[in-house]
Ligand binder design. Structure first.
Ligand code: SF4
Length: 347
């Protein structure tokens, strides 16, 4: 039995269904805004989007601090909403509140060869980086969980950067294997390649909370200005008159992102030794703070009304679960397992 994607019909044309997820890590930073959230907002204008708070994935590295995850979810979802992700235009839901996901992981695990999981490029790298204690059964199997996340809502498109293509390819392989064994039940998703910029942190490395180099979206104006003041610049530009290399300077990256109209002029003055880093950082902080001001205001309002987040997650999880139930019923039927979800619940 093939389960066609069921999505809203607008002006006679069915919107493509898009699935994306994010592991809850608490408050997000400017890199998340430029790399993912702006894309979430844009995609939900043109597609039927399912945005998952991937709290089961968070357990792969936080199984020993699981009580922190509820707060991490709240902070992250507040940032999503404050960044403009509109719950009326997409479905926002919590992974662990869809028990069908866990059941389908068991079913798909039975037909996924371990060798496919072991060859995932990040598997061995992350064990080296994070230590052998994360080498759990769940961590090895996280690509199956990822495949189910997409397949269970019948996602047709998944926004990914080039570096994530191997992960999506594994999802496609798992889906193809299932469909080959049991019939064309699952939708094989395609990548929606996004030009995710590599956002530099205050020390010039990739912006990441684990490097402690982030500008958080929730940071105040004063904290943001101070972080920018201490930001790395082109190390060859010591004095104001030294010619600089803006293309290697994190400060210039943020001018391009938040002060684009002036970027060419800034680059020219930097290269010509007509601009000092102290002055340029103060100017960048001003533009970054101006861009983040509406976000901070929306964040303040959401923090003051915690029930809004609860309601959005309740509603979205209910909607996602309805879709997940249908998919799981199709999967079980194709495999010859007994009982629809309604019948199983009656037992
Ligand atoms: S003048 Fe500005 S762009 Fe040039 S190196 Fe200094 S901070 Fe970077």
């Amino acid at each position: 039995m093939a389960l066609a994607p069921t999505s809203t019909v607008t002006t006679g044309v069915r919107k493509k269904r898009v699935m994306a997820g994010m592991r809850p890590t608490g408050k997000l930073h400017v890199g998340h805004l430029l790399g993912a959230l702006q894309n979430f907002v844009a995609l939900s204008r043109e597609a039927e989007c399912f945005y998952e708070v991937a709290d089961l994935h968070a357990l792969t590295t936080k199984f020993d601090r699981s009580s922190e995850i509820a707060d991490d979810i709240r902070e992250m979802v507040i940032d999503w909403l404050a960044a403009g992700v509109d719950p009326q235009a997409c479905t926002i839901y919590v992974q662990s509140r869809i028990p069908e996901i866990s059941e389908m992981v068991v079913l798909l695990s039975m037909m996924t060869p371990v060798s496919w999981l072991e060859r995932v490029p990040t598997y061995k790298e992350q064990i080296v980086e994070l230590g052998p204690e994360i080498a759990t059964h769940g961590f090895l199997g996280y690509p199956v969980l990822q495949a189910v996340d997409i397949a269970i809502v019948r996602g047709e498109g998944v926004p990914v950067g080039r570096d994530q293509l191997p992960h999506l390819e594994l999802t496609r392989e798992i889906v193809r294997r299932f469909n080959h064994l049991y019939g064309p039940v699952l939708v094989e998703p395609s990548p929606i390649l996004s030009n995710t910029p590599l956002v530099p942190g205050a020390d010039g490395r990739k912006m990441s909370k684990s490097y402690d180099n982030s500008i958080l979206l929730a940071d105040s104006e004063q904290i943001t200005t101070e972080k920018v003041r201490r930001m790395f610049t082109d190390p060859t530009k010591i004095h104001k008159n030294d010619p600089g290399h803006p293309e290697t300077c994190p400060v210039f990256f943020f001018h391009e992102a938040f002060n684009a109209v002036a970027a060419d002029g800034i680059a020219h003055r930097c290269r010509a030794g007509l601009l000092g880093c102290v002055e340029n950082k103060a100017d960048m902080a001003k533009h970054l703070n101006a861009a983040l001001a509406p976000f901070r205001e929306r964040r303040r309002r959401l923090e003051a009304s915690p029930s809004i987040v609860d309601e959005i997650l309740d509603e979205g999880s209910k909607r996602a679960r309805d879709v997940a139930r249908q998919t799981l019923d199709g999967v079980r039927a194709a495999m010859g397992l007994s009982g629809s979800s309604a019948r199983r619940q009656a037992v």
